[in-house]
Design a protein around this ligand. Structure first.
Ligand code: 8YV
Length: 316
């Protein structure tokens, strides 16, 4: 029996690539010199798209694949997939929830620690000889006992909030509604501006949708304020990057730690000159163990689909 044809939109680690190549006839969109020619030659036979959180699959691509049955996303966020276009055609969509939650939460809390304790500065202080030449580095900010806001109490937001308990932080959160599985000590604050106002650090952990675009705008950013910190591990689109840059430049926001950006991987060059800004290259889930689990789950969803078994982690 011939192997199902898969359009591979994003590059995967070698271990995932081998498994995919063994099970499917894989057409590599990401390295095709002529993507039109690839579609012309194979588009009619392609039954699955294998993609990632950043690249997804838009309506135009979905529309070019008449035999498409499933889109498997290597990532929990599927905002880059046109889910409406897929479900209108009965195309299934899967993602990789749960397996990456701890890693993303670890990085979020790590970025807070790094930002407030000046860990990057401290490293440079030793390496550059400033310690020996000038003495101790400037005093930094205490983390333990602070007030944290978690904007979006989904899986990742909850994992962040749980970790903050270990730092004796006061935790409040915003979600569409109070969450039954929130810990009793976590206060529900419906209004994001109010949440920001009462937070020393605001974690942006909400799933990105059209409705959440730039939801962390000037008003929320300025409510975090000149002594506050914003940590974003969700999607760049959830934050108004222009407003964030202006607030950092003018001191209306104390600091930010960003793992995600509006235009990845080409970040706005103005960010590079902003004070008190910690940058990471969208690496929240990027540990070997987690990426292996994500690759396995992506593959298992595809394999289940073609074997006629229930999908493991369907979105639709
Ligand atoms: C990955 C992500 O960077 O899970 C997500 O939504 O954005 C990340 O885990 C990505 O999907 C892998 O390329």
């Amino acid at each position: 029996m011939s192997k199902p044809a898969v359009l591979q939109v994003s590059r995967y680690p070698a271990w995932d690539q081998e498994r995919l190549d063994a099970a499917f006839t894989v057409h590599r969109w990401f390295e095709a010199a002529d993507q039109e020619a690839l579609l012309g030659a194979h588009g009619g036979a392609i039954r699955a798209i294998a993609t990632n959180g950043e690249l997804g699959a838009d309506a135009a691509l979905i529309g070019r694949l008449p035999a498409l049955e499933i889109i498997a996303v290597y990532g929990v966020g599927y905002d880059a997939v046109d889910v409406a276009a897929a479900s209108a055609r009965g195309v299934r969509v899967t993602n990789t929830p749960d397996v990456l939650t701890d890693d993303v939460a670890d990085l979020a809390v790590g970025m807070m620690l790094a930002a407030w304790r000046g860990i990057v500065l401290g490293d440079a202080w030793v390496r550059s000889g400033r310690w020996a030449a000038e003495g101790a580095m400037p005093l930094q900010r205490r983390v333990s006992g602070g007030r944290a806001g978690v904007f979006g109490l989904g899986r990742i937001g909850r994992a962040v909030a749980r970790r903050l308990g270990a730092f004796d932080m006061e935790v409040a959160y915003t979600s569409r509604s109070p969450k039954a599985d929130a810990e009793p000590a976590w206060a529900y604050v419906a209004d994001p501006v109010e949440l920001a106002r009462r937070s020393d650090v605001l974690f942006v952990t909400l799933q990105a949708t059209a409705a959440t675009r730039r939801i962390v705008g000037a008003e929320v950013i300025e409510a975090v304020g000149p002594d506050g910190l914003i940590v974003n591990v969700s999607r760049g689109a959830n934050v108004d990057e222009g407003a964030l840059i202006r607030a950092l430049q003018s001191g209306r926001l104390g600091g930010a730690a960003l793992d995600v950006f509006e235009n990845e991987p080409n970040v706005d060059p103005r960010l590079l000159d902003c004070p008190n800004l910690l940058l990471q290259p969208h690496q929240g889930s990027a540990t070997e163990a987690t990426r292996k689990a994500m690759g396995q789950l992506t593959f298992d969803n595809l394999a289940a689909h073609f074997a006629g078994r229930p999908l493991l982690t369907p979105v639709v």
